[in-house]
Design a protein around this ligand. Structure first.
Ligand code: GRF
Length: 221
């Protein structure tokens, strides 16, 4: 039996991805214990979502630390104290440093609302529209020192329509985020993830997902 995952979610804002994870755990679709939720924003709705689910919620105040490194050292210590062995960034608006990445290398995930490596960084939905792409989507990837460039675990694609605004496209992508983030975490919980350089292999997929683009509307097993 693989070690049961104790997941930490780091979130700065509204926390809808966190909610999708909490719902999946509650419904028995995601066999992990959510050990804690931590935020760099005192009033992040994500912290309320955690409390409502009975999950320990921590506001970690960046102002108490001289720099990002000091902050991340503190956060890594908090996670270790709580026996965390997998970390999910979910709308976490901080660039994470080696201090947090090193102790969780290959066990720290992020979700980004574009088909990486297209449109890294801020406001990727707006960039996708401005660029005129016909397909966009979301990516769950491992976190490395290079922002939004870590190995890709899973992606989902959505169409981009001519009359889309940043908001309508973001909403379409968000639905897919809520589907693939719990899925990716489940693969880790089931110890099915093998990492080979940039390539991530998911063992025992019911069908070969090729480049791991999960077709919208289709359940991945
Ligand atoms: C999501 O679009 C996520 O991909 C991006 O930030 C947004 C967070 O939304 N990194 P929420 O806080 O999970 O609702």
């Amino acid at each position: 039996m693989p070690e049961r995952i104790r997941l930490a979610v780091l979130a700065s804002g509204r926390g809808s991805n966190l909610q999708a994870i909490l719902d999946a755990v509650r419904d028995g679709r995601l066999p992990v214990d959510v050990a804690l939720v931590a935020s760099d924003r005192r009033n992040a709705p994500a912290l309320d979502r955690a409390r409502n689910a009975g999950v320990p919620a921590f506001f970690c105040d960046p102002e108490l630390y001289p720099d990002r490194t000091g902050y991340d050292r503190f956060v890594a210590g908090l996670l270790k104290e709580h026996g965390v062995n997998l970390v999910a960034l979910a709308g976490y608006l901080r660039i994470v440093t080696k201090e947090l990445i090193d102790p969780y290398r290959d066990h720290i995930l992020n979700i980004h609302p574009s088909l990486l490596p297209a449109f890294p960084g801020l406001r990727p939905q707006r960039k996708a529209i401005e660029h005129g792409v016909r397909i966009s989507g979301c990516t769950v990837h491992l976190v490395t020192e290079q922002v939004d460039q870590g190995p890709i675990v899973v992606q989902a694609a959505v169409p981009v329509y001519p009359d889309d605004t940043e908001e309508t496209l973001a909403a379409r992508i968000l639905k897919e985020e809520h589907r693939i983030y719990p899925l990716a975490i489940r693969w880790f919980a089931e110890a099915r993830v093998r990492i080979d350089g940039r390539r991530v292999e998911i063992q025992g997929l019911a069908r070969p997902y090729g480049p791991l683009i999960v077709p919208a509307g289709e359940e991945a097993r």
